[in-house]
Write a protein that binds this ligand. Sequence first.
Ligand code: SF4
Ligand code: SF4
Length: 108
Amino acid sequence: MTRGREKKIMAYVVTGACVDCVYTSCVDECPVAAFHEAPDKLLINPETCIDCDACVAACPVEAIHAEDDVPEDQQEWIAINLTAEEFPVIEAAKDALKGPKCVNPNAA
Ligand code: SF4
Ligand code: SF4
């Protein structure tokens, strides 16, 4: 399936469960620094991601999905991750945000 992108399609996507939780434990698993830090969430840069699957199990709120497995009610997150380059790369885990909208502040 083509999405009008020249390099490749996106393979891994951060979805809504990350918002305001931002545990960042996924970051330390990524071998290519594909995560970018927006104010209330992380996003995966599809130009950097090598589709290795290493980050998925590290997320305590199961926010990361392969693009083909993004739940129906989270489909808008595929487009949101395309904006990742608007935000700085995050290369190391840090304290979780655990803001008021975090779906599970006790997950980790
Ligand atoms: S581990 Fe999950 S909740 Fe934490 S920053 Fe990564 S995607 Fe977001
Ligand atoms: S799938 Fe691999 S390369 Fe892509 S964001 Fe996750 S850990 Fe990084």
